[in-house]
Design a protein around this ligand. Sequence first.
Ligand SMILES: Cc1cc2nc3c(=O)[nH]c(=O)nc-3n(C[C@H](O)[C@H](O)[C@H](O)COP(=O)(O)OP(=O)(O)OC[C@H]3O[C@@H](n4cnc5c(N)ncnc54)[C@H](O)[C@@H]3O)c2cc1C
Length: 403
Amino acid sequence: MSSNPDIIIVGAGLSGLMTAWRCLDVNPKLTIQIIEQSDRIAGDHTWSFNLTDIGEPLRGWLAPFIAYQWENYDVKFPKRERTLGIPYCTGNSATLRTCVQPHIDSGRLDIVLNASVDAVSATKVVTSDGQELSAKCVLDARGFTPSENTFLGYQKFVGHMIKTAKPHGLKRPIIMDATVEQLGGYRFVYCLPYSDTEILVEDTYYTDGPELRSQVVDARIKDYIRDNLGVMDYEVIRREKGVLPITLAVDEAYGIDVSAAHSAPVKLGMVGGYYHAVTGYSLPEALKSACVVSDMIEQNWPDFAEKLQHEMAYHRVDHYHEEKFLRLLNRMLFKAAIPDKRYAVLQRFYGLSEGIVERFYRNRLTKKDKLRILIGKPPVPVYKALYNFSEKAFIKREKQKRK
Ligand SMILES: Cc1cc2nc3c(=O)[nH]c(=O)nc-3n(C[C@H](O)[C@H](O)[C@H](O)COP(=O)(O)OP(=O)(O)OC[C@H]3O[C@@H](n4cnc5c(N)ncnc54)[C@H](O)[C@@H]3O)c2cc1C
């Protein structure tokens, strides 16, 4: 392993690589070492997002990451079908690797593969074979880790990428098809037509527990492809499954704690809680954190570590506050709505203006937007909604249950 990089990042997944890419692009003298436990960087993933989740000035920079883009998409519910003119994008492991490759070639990004990190502090890491490495600053990007201070529901899904024998005819993504049978939670099917003969079909469930019976779901995807997409002749060329955290509540003392800003590593991505509370998607947040880190390096070069740690500690606090309303919506969805009727919450939401939908996914809802979402005939029992309104009271009850 090479020594004396300015920064060490633990984990070569989405947030680790996005941060390295952004920081190295913006800061010409910076060097970074990434330590990854697996045998390749970026894994084998796709990451989708609304283009409007990304701030306008960053869209050009992010363009090389985007492998597919559609100009609009559909949502379908028992009593609502709609096409939204919000561009939808997907990047993947291959495009992410391409984005960082010039920095690997230049020698400013050093990748260490097959090395698991056991211990991390603000400036040091210790690998499982006992090597100690240090840098001005260590960034922890090891992926989702549960915390006793965070109370979760789950979004879980199985996806089949299929290659059809004839053109399938699906012109744009279906982000939510909730006309399917609702089975013990909010269920919808998600379809991305990557080409005339390729579609990713994902069967998704918002449920209380993380268990996923993928064989049963495989059979349901098969039925959907035949009955809803009308495709008979195809082969499955790739399978994926995922269980994503959906945050119902975060203990405030934990959410606003900055006491370890200079002793603990700076966290990036899912391990830092940087994902959209309602969808579990983390790409826009990964990019936001990457920009904060990069800006602090640029503004404070070469002694950036302290300012970076300080700013990222408060970035985390901001994220805690910004997601408060989304956590409330999750408690309505998971705790107030009757499981098989959870779809009604989303059906009502997708009747609102496109601007509100955009701002919801970008987590930039205004006070007026929040009122528009909450007022009107509630699709959940009122007494249950009121019972789950207070985050503090919810946490108190959940902690009692754990005892
Ligand atoms: C199947 C699936 C589909 C998803 N789709 C989307 C999507 O479409 N859009 C979206 O925005 N989000 C999506 N997400 C959610 C989220 O964005 C991804 O999980 C994203 O990859 C998280 O980024 P991350 O950097 O936090 O973690 P990861 O990308 O998981 O990266 C963590 C990295 O750290 C490494 N690592 C872990 N422990 C150690 C260790 N001890 N030492 C060294 N290395 C270590 C891992 O091997 C991994 O490479 C999806 C998640 C899943 C599971």
